[in-house]
Design a protein around this ligand. Structure first.
Ligand SMILES: [Zn+2]
Ligand SMILES: [Zn+2]
Length: 539
């Protein structure tokens, strides 16, 4: 989707659920979202980038109960953990909040109240799983059983192993209590429902015009076509945002979690009413959500219906990344099929992981992580092509000239850089970050071929005229390295800053725009003694 230049852009990344440590499966959403934001800024857009910890819901309560601590303590531990990971990986949010903030309680209360006042919420006696042994109701993750749609084993609120469908309370077949393992029964309880079925026509046309990736639109369309059932939006729990007027009920976590996107915008703008309203009440911004394919239902069905019902701006695009597998298997902590981000970062540079995550597969496709594929990408592409080119060219230039030599940038080089710029912009607009890195690596490859073809090492040993020509060739290759830095900064921010500084550039690379790509690198600019960019990696 082409983003209009005349409006600010709000990019959000799905909220990590803070009930455990970050594994590399999580990063498939955050890293590409960060790359997207950095690229939009390079293209001249005014962007804010927000996310935060998803802190409510039953899994956190279950963990807290198991440890004998308060849910707040679980949240605090993993909220800090995620913040540290994002900093280490240079995922650079303008604001990272948490959904148990006072602001989010207030905003959620206001939105739910608005939905009630507009007649979109009704009360009904409904069946809820109940455990006789434990003597308690079993909301969401307290219960497990079988999916009524596809038969896979499922959690109380989601068919996580099968069709991915959100499950309403009472829908699960053969429910079992997660605490004691005994069979659960269904008992009547009073709950509140959102009239989702009334939004079917609205959603059908909304989804037709929604930007983002096709996988998100198509998945949501299927469910809208089949049947939209009203949505139970309350739970009998203490931990959460209280349902207006009811002390015994909180709203379902999928109500207050996406509202976090609004609250975090408010918090970022420190309550400046006029400013955040421009984003969320007056269609004054382009809103882009980055999510994983496992939460399309929530972002393309519940969320726009809620926003529409409460009179808020609607998201313009939903970008859904494919899931990550480990050696062909789904993540599983118990089987050991998991790669923890913090352990990864103890051994490897964060930029190598950022690069791998986008270079390995198309954004909407599944990413099958294996150590072999990681080593191959780093050793062949980052060390073999990029690192090698930078080192060879900058060393040669540093040794023989010490500065950027005099000369014109050739038409051939300008054309190549301009083509790469177009490919990069198209890739960003298609959310195909693999195409972005492939295009830039192709430019690096071209630079390598050019250097090889022109043989400046022979020229500089001959007369003055030839030496001058040798300098001009070097200047042209340095120009291509400058372009590579600008275009890959979004993917490998730390490493590209290293190259930038070797080239003697003094500006802040992160704020350099794409318009700089073809601005000739200044002759006479002092080069720095080059250091190796990447180290080979192995088991
Ligand atoms: Zn299912
Ligand atoms: Zn039980």
């Amino acid at each position: 989707m082409k983003i209009p230049m005349d409006k600010p852009v709000l990019v959000t990344s799905a909220l990590p659920y803070v009930n455990g440590e970050c594994h590399i499966g999580h990063l498939r959403t955050y890293v590409p979202a960060d790359i997207y934001v950095r690229m939009l800024r390079k293209m001249g857009h005014d962007v804010i980038f927000i996310s935060g910890s998803d802190t409510h819901g039953t899994p956190i309560v279950l963990s807290a109960e198991a440890e004998g601590i308060a849910p707040e303590a679980v949240v605090a531990r993993f909220h800090d953990h995620f913040k540290r990971i994002f900093k280490a990986l240079n995922v650079d949010f303008d604001y990272y909040g948490q959904t148990n903030s006072e602001c989010n309680h207030k905003r959620t209360g206001e939105i739910v109240k608005k939905l009630i006042d507009s007649g979109y919420v009704y009360m009904e006696e409904t069946k809820q799983a109940f455990c006789d042994t434990c003597g308690r109701f079993l909301p969401d993750r307290y219960v497990e059983g079988e999916c009524p749609y596809c038969g896979a084993s499922a959690r109380g609120d989601e068919c996580d192993q099968g069709c991915g469908k959100h499950l309403e309370p009472g829908e699960i077949i053969a429910p079992k209590c997660k605490i004691c393992g005994n069979e659960a029964v269904f008992k009547e309880q009073e709950h509140f429902f959102f009239h989702l079925s009334r939004f079917a026509d609205f959603l059908a046309s909304y989804l037709d015009n929604l930007g983002g990736t096709r996988n998100a639109r198509n998945y949501a369309r299927e469910w809208v076509k089949k049947e939209l059932r009203d949505w139970c939006i309350t739970r009998k729990l203490d931990w959460g945002v209280k349902f207006p007027g009811r002390d015994d009920l909180v709203v379902y976590v999928w109500v207050d979690a996406p509202i976090g996107y609004i609250s975090f915008t408010e918090e970022l703008m420190s309550g400046d009413e006029r400013k955040w309203r421009e984003y969320w009440k007056e269609d004054g911004a382009t809103i882009v959500h980055f999510i994983g394919t496992d939460i399309i239902y929530h972002h393309c069905i519940f969320w726009p219906a809620m926003l529409k019902g409460a009179g808020y701006s609607l998201p313009d695009a939903v970008v859904a990344s494919g899931m990550v597998k480990i050696d062909g298997r789904t993540f599983s902590k118990s089987r050991g099929d998991v790669v923890w981000t913090s352990e990864f970062l103890e051994r490897f540079h964060p930029d190598t992981l950022r690069y791998y995550l986008v270079a390995q597969s198309s954004h909407t496709k599944e990413l099958n992580f294996s150590w072999d594929s990681f080593f191959l990408r780093v050793n062949n592409e980052l060390v073999g092509i990029l690192g090698n080119l930078v080192h060879r060219v900058v060393s040669f230039a540093y040794k023989n000239f010490g500065v950027v030599p005099e000369g014109e940038i050739e038409e051939e080089v300008i054309t190549k850089i301009t083509e790469t710029r177009e490919e990069a912009i198209n890739a960003v607009e298609e959310y195909e970050f693999k195409k972005l890195v492939d295009a830039v690596m192709k430019l690096a490859d071209f630079g390598n071929g050019y250097f090889q073809r022109e043989e400046p090492w022979h020229l500089i040993k001959k007369g003055d005229k030839e030496r001058e020509r040798g300098g001009e060739i070097i200047k042209n290759v340095l120009q291509m390295l400058k372009a590579v830095c600008i275009l890959l900064e979004a993917v490998m921010p730390e490493k590209m800053v290293e190259v930038w500084s070797q080239l003697g550039m003094e500006s802040d690379l992160q704020s350099v725009k794409l318009d700089e790509l073809t601005v000739p690198i200044a002759s006479g600019q002092k080069l720095k003694k080059p250091k190796k960019l990447f180290e080979r990696v192995e088991e």
